[in-house]
Design a protein around this ligand. Structure first.
Ligand code: ACM
Length: 266
């Protein structure tokens, strides 16, 4: 199968323009699974809760999810993308997985980063894994990369590809942690980060690019530039992620000793 990322610079508040840009960018590649950045249609740095309320949408039911489903149909692919999900009075920093027949899975960011804590409700759904045919796909959002438990919980449910929409602002960290998440879970990871700058609140956020695709052995199969758009897909074999052997005598999942971890964790 082919998996890919779309790295670009969303314009804050310009939902229609950002959706159109993604549609244009997707015509430049072919993949079974595309990953787009976190909050790709709205931008990231909301100046107030009111601004977020104005831009958040139900998912499904909002124009962003509808457009993603249309794009999945046109490109005969599945797409993972981050969006601001409105659900009653709550707004989540969410990610959706859509395919030609509609919404397949939804995730609400569990680990909120920085000012997100003042804007979004923390995730209240389990880490989701969905079978899209060629692979089982799990969803994380950005700062979740810091928490080994998040990727682990996807991998223990059978995720072969971990899709990771991101708006990273700390240079170099996720490129490292996601390689480790791939190695320790023997799963593929696809991080789609954004580029550009937002300075809407007196604070300047520089988004750090370097979207990447990592193999279960930690090899970086693709990495985008720091500061330019890139749409890139690579061929992977999800069967590699089903084999958890490190040596003939070590299966990294069978070798786990959760009875010891429970005394320390949680
Ligand atoms: C992040 O979670 N957007 C860094």
């Amino acid at each position: 199968m082919r998996v890919g990322y779309v790295q670009f610079a969303p314009e804050f508040g310009e939902v229609e323009r950002n959706l159109d840009r993604v549609a244009e960018l997707l015509t430049g590649g072919q993949a079974d699974l595309w990953v787009l950045p976190e909050l790709f249609a709205t931008g990231y740095q909301f100046a107030s809760a009111r601004e977020l309320e104005f831009l958040a949408e139900p998912a499904p039911g909002g124009r962003t999810t509808a457009r993603l489903i249309a794009l999945a149909r046109e490109s005969n692919s599945h797409i993972v993308a981050g969006l601001a999900e409105q659900a009653g009075k709550r707004i989540y920093n969410a990610a959706v997985l859509v395919g030609p027949s509609g919404l397949v899975a939804r995730y609400r960011k569990v680990h909120l980063f920085y000012e997100e804590k003042h804007l979004f409700a923390p995730g209240d759904l389990p880490f989701p894994v969905a079978d899209i045919g060629p692979a089982k796909v799990g969803l994380l959002v950005c700062y979740d990369h810091f928490f080994p438990e998040a990727a682990r919980s996807l991998a223990l449910q059978g995720a072969e590809v971990i899709a990771h929409p991101a708006n990273l602002v700390m240079p170099g960290l996720a490129q490292l942690t996601m390689r480790v998440r791939a190695i320790e879970n023997r799963a593929f990871t696809v991080t789609a980060n954004r580029i550009g700058v937002e300075a809407r609140t007196g604070e300047t956020l520089r988004f750090t690019g370097l979207s990447q695709i990592v193999a279960p052995n930690g090899d970086v199969l693709a990495q985008a530039p720091q500061d330019a758009e890139e749409v890139r897909a690579v061929e992977i074999d999800p069967a590699q992620a089903r084999d958890k052997h490190l040596t003939r005598l070590n299966d990294v999942f069978a070798d786990r000793r959760p009875e010891f971890y429970r005394r320390l964790v949680g």
